[in-house]
Design a protein around this ligand. Structure first.
Ligand SMILES: Cc1cc2nc3c(=O)[nH]c(=O)nc-3n(C[C@H](O)[C@H](O)[C@H](O)COP(=O)(O)OP(=O)(O)OC[C@H]3O[C@@H](n4cnc5c(N)ncnc54)[C@H](O)[C@@H]3O)c2cc1C
Length: 491
């Protein structure tokens, strides 16, 4: 059907039909792996004419089921399109890459030229830059370097009709360019519903000359927020690059899943206990702070005086500063194990929400109360021991909480429980004017919420945009936008 459809055998389809979570499964029998924009264009034009659904697929690490089919669509994998080149002055400050480049390879390439790719996340070894752009991935340095909307200078995309759009890719758009609608922004975070991103040009800032990090623990989330405020304003300010928090529940899961892992501190030191509905919940918090600057001595002094201040003010229970780059990487390794550790321990009900940092505490508390009630009801109904574990971590500096509810030792999703948790999360997030998807997107999991969070006229505008690019609705069907209702359907 399509050029270079070099599937090896039936079993090779499995990896394209199952995503990272293992939960979302498609039944596609055709995977195409084009090697050039021209091939992407021919494939899409073929499918458009015959109204065949197409799912663009990057590294398949998305967490909302966006990258696998629903009804046996053709999977268009970008994995064979992976060239990288420096652009302009060849100093690596602007790099251009095919959409299928693995993020970590792009980072290594940029680093060789003394630059940094302004997006970094735990899935960097598998996710692709095209997937990052299509999900508008956030990651750990979002606060410092900004979003992909700010850092993508240009894109090349292929629309479902097979047209190739050069959206500031060649020549690469200048940082300032106010000419016409900036269509690239529709594809950043568009989750493959408007077309296929084939090439990306990115602004890459210089690598920091000095990097520092510390790991501290707090007894309460209000202390975490006070540490965050001090770090952001008076103390670390311009050198602050990342501020991640993890709660004890998730770190205990990391320890259980990876018994040989060494923690920077003995996380068991901090033991203030809270009791909710007679169940004891221990709630210490760990924070990983990283700084990026240009002068080692200056940055180290700042970190040390910050550390003294938060100790003196009694905001932290304990802490340690990284002595070298290896220790910084060790700190990050623990943070990056949060996702796989929860997945290793049981079925994970995953949530990725935005809230004001000061609301994290009450949100987590209220969710835990709901979970204890849900667990008790479940136990009564199923006479089984199903204590749910609620592990939390995230980019608190961006107001981004990853709330992960693990059903230990059971890898099956319980759809009744899912409904209860989904609704609980939704209500608690809405009560606090938050967002139900901070960075993972909508996919096939969260698209139905759109009717509850967007007005009919906003949704109508989105359907109109979709129709302009994809009149036959072949791109990633059943994802992102919900089925139109009478109120929101296009005129
Ligand atoms: C361990 C782990 C940690 C993570 N941490 C973070 C994090 O910190 N921040 C964050 O934002 N996300 C995070 N994620 C989620 C995920 O890694 C990101 O969403 C990532 O950007 C997806 O990239 P991908 O190449 O795997 O895309 P896929 O999963 O293959 O696809 C994701 C979506 O993009 C579409 N798509 C992919 N490529 C293209 C293309 N070239 N053109 C058009 N559409 C395309 C797909 O159709 C799908 O809808 C994490 C995931 C894991 C497993």
């Amino acid at each position: 059907m399509a050029p270079n459809n070099d599937n090896d055998d039936d079993t090779s389809l499995e990896k394209y039909n199952v995503d990272w979570t293992g939960h979302y499964r498609g039944s596609s029998s055709i995977v195409v792996r084009p090697k050039s924009t021209e091939e992407v264009s021919r494939i899409l034009s073929y499918c458009h004419k015959r109204r065949i659904g197409v799912v663009p697929q990057g590294g398949n690490t998305g967490l909302v089921g966006g990258s696998v089919g629903i009804g046996g669509e053709v999977i268009l994998s970008l994995e064979k399109m992976n060239n990288i080149e420096c652009y302009g002055k060849k100093d690596g400050s602007v790099i251009r890459a095919d959409a299928g480049c693995i993020l970590e390879e792009l980072q290594n390439y940029a680093a060789k030229n003394g630059n940094l790719v302004p997006v970094d996340l735990g899935a960097k070894g598998s996710c692709q830059i095209g997937g990052n752009v299509s999900t508008n991935a956030g990651g750990v340095y979002y606060y410092r370097y900004g979003s992909l909307h700010a850092n993508v200078l240009g894109l090349e995309v292929v629309t479902p009709t097979g047209d190739v759009l050069n959206l500031g890719y060649d020549p690469v758009s200048h940082l300032k360019d106010n000419t016409g609608y900036h269509l690239k922004h529709l594809f950043i975070g568009g989750e493959g519903t408007l077309g296929v991103v084939t090439k990306v040009s990115l602004r890459c800032p210089p690598l920091p000359v000095s990097r520092g990090a510390m790991w501290v623990t707090c007894a309460s989330l209000s202390d975490v927020v006070r540490v965050l405020t001090l770090a952001r304003t008076d103390h670390l300010n311009e050198i602050l690059a990342a501020f991640e928090f993890m709660d004890r529940d998730v770190l205990e899961l990391v320890r259980a899943a990876y018994p040989s892992i060494r923690f920077p501190l003995d996380i068991g030191n901090v033991t203030p206990a809270t009791t909710i509905n007679n169940d004891t919940i221990i709630d210490p918090y760990s924070i990983l702070i990283e700084t990026h600057g240009s002068d080692n001595n200056h940055d180290r002094e700042k970190l040390e005086s910050f550390f003294e201040c938060i100790m003196e003010e009694g905001l932290v229970v304990d802490g340690v500063m990284a002595q070298n780059l290896g220790q910084i990487e060790d700190f990050w390794k623990i943070r990056e194990l949060c996702n796989p550790a929860t997945a290793a321990m049981g079925y994970v009900y995953k949530y990725d929400i935005s809230l004001a940092a000061i609301d994290f505490d009450s949100f987590i508390h209220d969710m835990k109360v709901r979970l204890i009630d849900a667990s008790h009801d479940q136990q009564k109904a199923a006479s089984s021991d199903k204590n749910l574990i609620c592990g939390n971590w995230g980019h608190i500096i961006d107001g981004n909480l990853h709330c992960n509810i693990v059903s230990p030792n059971s890898f099956e999703r319980d759809s009744e429980l899912l409904k209860i948790i989904d609704e609980g999360i939704f209500e608690e997030v809405m009560k606090r004017n938050g967002s139900i998807s901070a960075e993972h997107g909508l996919g096939q999991y969260k698209n139905e919420y759109m009717t509850r969070i967007k007005t009919p006229s906003t949704l109508r505008a989105m359907y109109d945009i979709k129709r302009v690019f994809d009149p036959h609705g072949i791109m990633n069907p059943g994802k992102y936008l919900p089925e139109p209702s009478a109120e929101s359907s296009p005129e």
